[in-house]
Design a binder for this molecule. Structure first.
Ligand code: XIL
Length: 363
């Protein structure tokens, strides 16, 4: 009786402090969660919902307000990626002001639940603050703005970040540098190498990544990344990894050549990772996926997991949110949805079980 009271009191205290009890009290290796089923050398991650499209949705910030959400987040994953909270527009909203609160809270949560963090992202064309994109700066100023941003943000979390997406989506589909990226446009592609050097100086232990979508099949974009990776490595730039976001749609085939793409980077001595996996589908009238669609979706998830498992140094596998409740997909892709591995109420779809089984077999 006493014991029960004590237990209740502890969780009540944790609740007051806005925390959740430690993950999987039943054991970290029971194979009943994704993290406990996974091989030791593979991190299983999710995006942590907050900021971005969530701001306009009819619910409060998921990460800070949804306690059942936090519970699943802690129990199922041993890696977390801030979905928006470390992007420029959030963390650096004014030229001389940083907003670290939301990112700090995620890093703290991760520490409490024995999770690592993937930092996302430092050099990107999207979700930049107006003061940056609409300001008038000399090249020297712009360069020093980027440098001090990287020193400040990476430095703040020094030693606490497993992997940083240093450069995100820097190539177009045809393999040309994206001119929407203000730093690349104004300062030239050489700025990519500088960003890696600065990030490495600020946190020598973090693994530094190139990250993009549309690199699940061979093609011009993958060729461009391979060429860049070779160039950076030859110049002794601290590049450590190449990642496929893997935002997939069932309108296109499953990425059955992904393993061979990742292998090309593994062959260069780089880590590889899956960083933002989701599998969206066209929802039938009424919005409920059919059983067949769910099976197909599970197969896509499994194809991506198997690709990662097939490559020696694929060391991180992250899904872009675990519940449809907070997925970015319906907001960004009209008529598509149901892209994650759990329903709104956190019950599990076939894709969840397929992933967990695949991890268990690999262990
Ligand atoms: C998305 C977020 O999920 C949304 O909340 C936000 O409104 C827009 O960005 N590639 C990336 C991610 O690298 O940062 C994007 O995340 C999805 C595509």
């Amino acid at each position: 009786m006493r014991k029960t009271v004590a237990v209740l009191a502890t969780s009540a205290l944790l609740a007051l402090a806005g925390q959740t009890p430690p993950a999987s009290a039943g054991g970290h290796h029971d194979g009943k969660t994704l993290r406990s089923a996974a091989p030791r050398d593979l991190r299983i991650g999710t995006a942590v919902a907050g900021g971005g499209h969530h701001v306009d949705q009819p619910y409060p910030d998921p990460f800070t307000y949804d306690r059942p959400y936090r519970k699943v987040l802690a129990a199922e994953f041993n890696s977390v990626s801030p979905e928006n909270q470390m992007k420029w527009e959030f963390i650096h909203p004014e030229r001389h002001r940083y907003n670290f609160g939301p990112a700090d809270a995620i890093v703290k949560f991760a520490r409490q639940h024995k999770q690592v963090v993937r930092g996302h992202t430092l050099l990107w064309h999207s979700q930049n603050p107006d003061w940056l994109t609409e300001g008038t700066f000399t090249k020297a100023e712009l360069r020093s703005i980027l440098k001090s941003h990287i020193y400040t943000v990476v430095g703040r979390y020094r030693g606490q970040i497993h992997q940083w997406d240093v450069a995100n989506e820097i190539f177009n589909e045809n393999g040309e540098y994206r001119q929407e990226n203000i730093f690349i446009r104004e300062l030239g592609p050489g700025i990519v190498a500088d960003a890696f050097r600065w990030a490495h100086q600020a946190d020598p232990k973090a693994q530094l990544f190139l990250n993009d979508y549309g690199v699940d099949w061979p093609g011009a974009k993958v060729d461009a990344y391979e060429a860049l990776a070779k160039e950076l490595l030859a110049a002794r730039v601290p590049l450590h990894g190449f990642a496929s976001q893997a935002h997939l749609s069932m309108r296109y085939g499953a990425p059955d050549q992904l393993a061979s793409v990742l292998q090309r980077f593994d062959d260069l001595g780089l880590y590889t990772a899956i960083t933002e996996l989701d599998v969206r589908m066209d929802l039938p009238e009424g919005g409920e996926p059919t059983a067949e669609q769910l099976q197909t979706q599970a197969r896509y998830y499994r194809t991506v997991l198997d690709a990662c498992l097939a490559v020696d140094d694929c060391n991180s596998f992250t899904i872009w949110g675990f519940t449809d409740k907070y997925s970015w997909v319906p907001v960004f892709f009209p008529a598509e949805g149901a892209a994650t591995v759990m329903w709104d109420d956190f019950t599990r779809k076939p894709a969840y079980y397929t992933l967990r089984e695949g991890l268990r077999q690999a262990r």
